[in-house]
Design a protein around this ligand. Sequence first.
Ligand SMILES: [Fe+2]
Ligand SMILES: [Fe+2]
Length: 241
Amino acid sequence: MKPDPNRRDILRNAAVLAAATATVSVPGSLLVLSVSANDEKEPEVTATEDLMREHGVIRRALLVYFETAPKLRQNPASVDPAALRQTAQLFRTFGEDYHERMLEEQHIFPLVRKQGGELERYADILTAQHKRGREITDYILAITNGSKISAAHAEPLAKVFETFVLMYENHAAREDTIIFPAWKKNFSNKQLDEISDQFEEIEHKMFGKDGFEDAEKKISNIESALGFADLAQFTPPPPKV
Ligand SMILES: [Fe+2]
Ligand SMILES: [Fe+2]
């Protein structure tokens, strides 16, 4: 039987297998899990976890740009523009139109801005960076619209990739560690649950029921096409002493 990659189904099957109720002790730990047939629901993805795993997809797109920059300098003809274009399209739909516009700019930044001081400044800078990012995505989409990347475009595109990656890695890291925690403080756990549901509804409206899963699949396919699929290739050799 073909394995079903859907997490909801895996959890549902696990719960069914557990029949009525079972207690699972994990050897060597104090953890005791009680699984019941009534606990079939997928564990909730919290609002901040949702935003941060979206950053995971965005970061993987940034890594595609990062890995491509030296290749563009060495041999632009070897770079497949279609894969870069797909990366920019994913960045546009999932990163910019959904994560930035629908979640951060609508829900996160307005509240954080109201908290004043340094946070207000952060909200302004992060918004300006979203705008610059969209200009950069427009540029990448335009340059990758042919069958080849010309030698004349190779160096400017490589430079754009490097500066964009540096900006957005800083951007996402500050959001993860400063902005999202500050935003979260405005709510009780119950309110956060409701906001998680709202975020999920927005995701469903924009992409159907598996927005995140589909975006993850898309970036996986791009990584495969470019030879970046095997994670082990990124493990460096031990340092020489
Ligand atoms: Fe952002
Ligand atoms: Fe973000």
